[in-house]
Design a protein around this ligand. Sequence first.
Ligand SMILES: O=C[C@H](O)COP(=O)(O)O
Length: 251
Amino acid sequence: MRKPVIAANWKMYKTTNEAKNFVKQFKPLVEKNTEVEIVLCVPYTSLESLSEELKNEQIGLGAQNMYPINQGAFTGEISAEMLLNLGIKYVIIGHSERRQIFNETDEFIKQKLEKALVVGLTPILCIGETLEERESGATLTKCKTQIESAIQGVPKENLPKIIIAYEPIWAIGTGKTASPEDAEETIKGIRSIIAEIFDIEAAQKVRIQYGGSVNPENIKDLMSKDNIDGALVGGASLEATSFAQIVNYKG
Ligand SMILES: O=C[C@H](O)COP(=O)(O)O
């Protein structure tokens, strides 16, 4: 049985004070929810103070990126060890914005994924196709390239530690969500790709989220699908009440 995992990705939003206010409002709204693993992936600047605020809470804290080397002359970068030292448990790897805006390659993303696993951070590995790729029927081919490149060679026992976020790029921040049926079909396909690389049993243990314009209105239908194990939420995670409604989708 895979526990649903719903993560907020705040991207480059919220000062530390705004982040603290969010948490103050959010905590009581989700305190009774033990069925969903809740994660807040916040800007680096708020990690330390939220780590304090969320001590002893069932809400996990994540970073949105990391550098795969321990330390060195990498101006502006943050290492996995630095995150761990703050009590951070999750890290988003290979978000399409990093792939597209910051030219991150599959190879670099693999290095980050492996580093995260080695130090014990839970990576949220993002994959997904562009509109052009979708319209040309290349959705699964694209996902296959991204997954194979990232997880091939990962020790099988580490596989359940990886969360995959399937995020069709055309659905991110556009208000256009993939229909629950389309998202389910692709995510099922992604699970089959993992099964081809490892085996069915291993693939069944991997949690695969959907991301792309998830909101309080569409979460229930998405989560009703067998293969959808959660969501990575951007815009609708910025308001405590709206993200709480998403997390509490079971009612
Ligand atoms: O990481 C989150 C995704 O990019 C989805 O963003 P969105 O919910 O604003 O479409």
